[in-house]
Ligand binder design. Structure first.
Ligand SMILES: *Cc1c(COP(=O)(O)O)cnc(C)c1O
Length: 223
């Protein structure tokens, strides 16, 4: 089966400590079930509604990652089961996740999304904003979130040198935060790399690559 061949081929090319997240957005439940049956257990989705539909229909030992922009009013729907939210880009969102996690009696692991690309349209915190968030008084009181690391998306360009430079800056920033010692901050994950740039990301120290089209094929945007 090509999905599992693609997955295994990419996985074998990654360093042992780099996890592969299968980004299944836009693909139907049957395709995910097929991927699941071949042994893929971690899926990334970028829209809450689509994630919920798939969560309902698929086995519950799947690890679901939210990788897309999250609106505060939708946190409550994913709080009971989400394994990792890659896209936290404000303290307000973090507080909402904390509140909903508390209601579900759990701690939700999250990553701070950092804006490293040139495009203005991509979400994320600047390095300064992330630093301010990590040093804010308000963060200290949040007992139902765990900040596990950072996520970033490079500029959509074929210029590999440029992409490498952006990932390297993110890794340097990540390393510079090693001194942050709070009970709810444990920075060990660096989520960077997609189908077009995961090799560069892995070279630059990614611990999680989020790959869609190179596993599932081109997306059908009409779904
Ligand atoms: C869609 C998406 C990916 C995967 O993109 P591919 O190019 O298909 O690998 C990774 N990260 C985020 C945030 C995405 O939205």
């Amino acid at each position: 089966m090509t999905i599992s061949n693609n997955f295994n081929h990419i996985k074998d090319s990654l360093p042992a400590d780099c996890r592969l997240i299968a980004v299944s957005k836009t693909h139907p439940v049957e395709v995910l079930q097929e991927a699941y049956d071949s042994g893929i257990k971690v899926f990334g989705e970028n829209k809450v509604q689509e994630l919920l539909t798939k969560y309902d229909k698929l086995p519950h030992d799947i690890e679901w990652h939210l990788i897309g922009h999250l609106q505060r009013n939708k946190v409550k729907y994913i709080a009971p089961f989400i394994s990792l939210i890659h896209s936290v880009d404000s303290l307000a969102l973090l507080k909402e996740i904390d509140k909903e996690a508390a209601k579900n009696n759990r701690v939700i692991p999250v990553l701070l999304q950092i804006h490293i690309a040139e495009e203005e349209t991509k979400f994320g915190l600047s390095f300064d904003e992330a630093t301010a968030l990590l040093h804010s008084e308000e963060l200290k009181s949040l007992q139902h979130i765990l900040i596990k690391g950072l996520m970033g998306m490079a500029t959509n360009t074929t210029d590999e040198v440029h992409i490498k430079m952006e990932f390297r800056k993110l890794k340097q920033f990540f390393d510079s935060l090693k001194g942050v010692t709070l009970p709810n901050v444990k920075l060990e994950e660096l989520s960077m790399g997609m189908s077009s740039d995961y090799k560069v990301a892995a070279e630059e120290g990614s611990t999680m690559v989020r790959i869609g089209s190179a596993i599932f094929g081109q997306r059908n945007y009409t779904i």
